[in-house]
Design a binder for this molecule. Structure first.
Ligand code: SF4
Ligand code: SF4
Length: 90
C-alpha cells in the first residue's frame, strides 16, 4: 500500500487564533509548502445594542489542507511553541 503524509494538530494544545493578537499563527505563516489553511466553523448573529446593526463574529479553525504537498521538513514541528503538531508518514 502507498505511504502518505499525515499531519495532526492537537487542538487541546494549539493556541491558534485569527483575531486574538496573542493567538499563535506560526505554522500557517511559516510552512514553506503552505499546507495549512483556516476555515470558519462558527457564525453567530447578534444585534449591537448601541446601533441596532447586525454583527457576525466568526470562529476560525486551523486545518491541514494539503498534506500531500508536505516535504517533511519538520519546520512546523520545531516552530510550534506548544508542541501541538505531529508529522508522520503512515
Ligand atoms: S513538515 Fe514542513 S512542509 Fe510539512 S507541514 Fe510542516 S512545515 Fe510544512
Ligand atoms: S504553531 Fe502550533 S500553536 Fe501555533 S497555530 Fe500552529 S499548531 Fe497552533
Amino acid at each position: 500500500m502507498d505511504k502518505r503524509n499525515q499531519i495532526t494538530i492537537d487542538r487541546d494544545k494549539c493556541r491558534y487564533s485569527l483575531y486574538d493578537p496573542l493567538g499563535c499563527k506560526l505554522c500557517i505563516q511559516n510552512c514553506p509548502q503552505g499546507i495549512f489553511c483556516t476555515l470558519p466553523v462558527e457564525k453567530t448573529r447578534k444585534t449591537k445594542p448601541e446601533t441596532g446593526k447586525w454583527e457576525e463574529p466568526t470562529v476560525w479553525q486551523l486545518l491541514v489542507a494539503w498534506e500531500d504537498n508536505c516535504n517533511l521538513c519538520g519546520y512546523c514541528v520545531n516552530i510550534c511553541p506548544y508542541k501541538a503538531i505531529k508529522v508522520e508518514v503512515v
